[in-house]
Write a protein that binds this ligand. Structure first.
Ligand code: CDP
Length: 577
């Protein structure tokens, strides 16, 4: 029955089985009996046409021309917007943003108001991030009732449960990010929340908001005060190194928490006069003020390699067209509550990024773990940003700068249409649709089992397979061998240059993962989603040195993942190293 359902999908774009599976089950519009009523190309046209309607407000009669330019960009798989734009464009659920940050103030009214708002965002497939740092700690006084407070963790569990319930009726679950500042008295409970209870808070990523002062103290034997956010009273003084160790132990055990380097983030806050940033969206690539949302979109780098080199001109042009697309998305998106619309339209933040970096590198024969790769990635990020900024400046001249420009931006800042223009998202689903590697991540494996919507699909990297066939070293035995171990680096049956150019995430040393993240971050306005893969045998000390190195490298956040430390990991090897 499933096979038949998949055959019903008209796929003129020749997508992979995994891509068609996801599109069929969650993205394509269906009739009352659940059968798809559009092809994959028509899905992309629907987004392009809907988004281009915004052009009418600026120049009547121009939307058709833009619709066909946007369609060509999407159908060429050169650029894809974040999933909600693909799923929701032209449907009754009109929210097109991938991510939102909501406030959580220290009152039941605020806690439940944001919980209600988050339900509407998750229903649309968007993710939400929150700082729980303002909530009074567990056991603190509640003046109105004379009772004691239940603390941030109990509310976080409530939020998690709400996500669970909403997911049951939806197409995809919107993820959540919960941030707690390192100075919060409940910080230890927060660190233990996932590490000591597998399966708990499964809809949330956890991040600790850390300051430069805390990390300096952790390195030099200093202390960190824990402060009650309600009263401002200092309640305890703890050795900073001990707290950092507790974070590292938890991250070593379960991948959570990550760290958010709040001082680094706020040094780059484009709207410092509107407030201090305390949280990001779920995967960390967009730091936002409360009620802001951000529309993401990613260029597919693999499509910009021609004849063994990067086609810089075409990449620049595509970046400029994509910025216009994302600007239009803000206008045609429908916001389920007014605060979201007001804050989003004040800063007009967008996040143009890219995917397919690892595939681009492999196709150029450049090992991911090399100086050349790091240099090229930095150059790509800087090229995309230069063109994205130029497009944003041009739109500011045509349509006006973002409304909060005068009152919110730093003095002497260039007038752009968007307070923030670039960001590198994980591209978990859109890279699958585009058939390339995700974001700036290396290949997970050359062959692997992917769990898509509960089904297990064996995938071999198509470029590797084509290369191996062209160069005549492909055998069924080789393929079977790769499917077991994942990689080819140590495989004597593969030529040395291919072994070098096709490293997998676990074969790449953490040092190179971090260098790549840092090189790209240097040329990105918002942040970069990246996981630093650690081998199963990595120690807590390895996590600690990675965290500190990340802070020194001036990235905005850090997430580590030790192989096998989560039960429900999405990609698995048949026979892990
Ligand atoms: O590829 P796709 O557009 O589906 O999303 P992504 O690039 O993997 O993730 C971008 C952002 O979408 C994340 O940072 C989250 O804010 C949000 N997201 C989510 O809420 N839930 C998911 N299951 C996936 C993404």
């Amino acid at each position: 029955r499933d096979a038949k359902a998949l055959l019903e999908v008209r796929d003129e774009l020749k997508l992979s089985l995994a891509a068609v599976t996801v599109l069929r089950e969650r993205y394509l519009l269906t009739d009352a009996r659940g059968r798809p009523v559009e092809s994959t190309g028509e899905l992309l046209d629907r987004s392009a046409t809907f988004v281009a309607q915004a052009e009418e407000d600026y120049r009547a009669g121009s939307s058709q021309r833009w619709a066909s330019r946007f369609s060509a960009l999407l159908r060429g798989l050169e650029f894809l917007p974040n999933s909600p734009t693909l799923m929701n464009a032209g449907t009754p659920i009109g929210l097109l943003s991938g991510c939102v940050v909501l406030p959580v103030e220290d009152s039941l009214r605020s806690i439940f108001s944001s919980l209600g708002h988050s339900a509407l965002i998750h229903q649309a497939g968007g993710g939400t991030g929150y700082a729980f740092s303002h909530l009074r700690p567990r056991g603190d006084r509640i003046v109105s009732t004379g009772g004691t407070a239940s603390g941030p963790l109990s509310f976080l569990r409530l939020y998690d449960h709400a996500s669970e319930v909403i997911q049951q009726g939806g197409r995809r679950r919107g993820a959540g990010m919960a941030v707690l500042d390192v100075s919060h008295p409940d910080i230890r409970e927060f660190l233990a929340a996932k590490a000591n209870a597998p399966g708990e808070l499964s809809h949330f990523n956890l991040s600790v908001g850390v300051s430069d002062a805390f990390l300096r103290a952790a390195e030099s034997g200093g202390t960190q005060w824990l402060v009650n956010p309600r009263s401002g009273r200092k309640v305890a003084r703890v050795p900073a190194a001990e707290l950092l160790d507790a974070m590292c132990e938890a991250a070593h055990r379960s991948g959570d928490p990550g760290l958010l380097f709040l001082d680094t983030i706020n040094r780059a806050n484009p709207l410092p006069r509107l407030g201090r940033i305390e949280a990001t969206n779920p995967c960390g690539e967009v730091p936002l003020l409360p009620y802001e949302s951000c529309n993401l979109g990613s260029l597919n780098l693999a499509r910009f390699a021609t004849g063994g080199r990067v086609d810089w001109d075409r990449l620049g042009e595509a970046a400029e067209l994509s910025v216009r697309f994302l600007d239009d998305v803000i206008d045609v998106s429908r916001y389920p509550f007014p605060e979201l619309e007001q804050a989003t339209k004040a800063g007009r933040k967008i996040g143009l990024g890219f995917m397919g970096l690892a595939e681009l590198l492999a196709s150029l024969g450049i090992p991911y773990d090399s100086d050349d790769a790091v240099r090229l990635a930095g150059r790509v990020a800087s090229h995309v940003r230069r063109h994205a900024h130029a497009a944003s400046e041009r739109l500011a001249r045509e349509r006006g700068p973002y409304p909060a420009f005068e009152r919110g931006a730093r003095p002497r800042e260039t007038a752009r249409r968007h307070a923030q223009v670039t960001s590198v998202a994980p591209t978990g689903t859109i890279s699958l649709i585009a058939g390339t590697t995700s974001g700036i991540e290396p290949m997970f494996a050359i062959a692997y089992v992917r769990t898509v919507l509960g089904r297990q699909l064996l995938e071999t990297n198509p470029h590797f397979e084509r290369l191996a066939r062209d160069r005549g070293f492909y055998t069924d035995e080789l393929a079977a061998n790769i499917a077991r171990t994942g990689g080819v680096r140590d495989n004597p049956n593969v030529p040395a240059d291919v072994r070098a150019a096709y490293p997998t995430a676990l074969e790449i040393a953490p040092y190179w993962h971090l260098r790549m993240q840092a090189a790209v971050q240097r040329h990105v306005d918002a942040a970069v989603s990246k996981t630093i893969n650690l081998p199963a045998g990595a120690t807590v000390g390895d996590v600690r040195s990675t965290f500190l190195a990340a802070w020194r490298a001036k990235v905005k956040g850090i997430t580590v993942y030790r192989y096998g430390s989560k039960e429900d990991q999405v990609l698995t090897l048949a026979e892990p190293a």
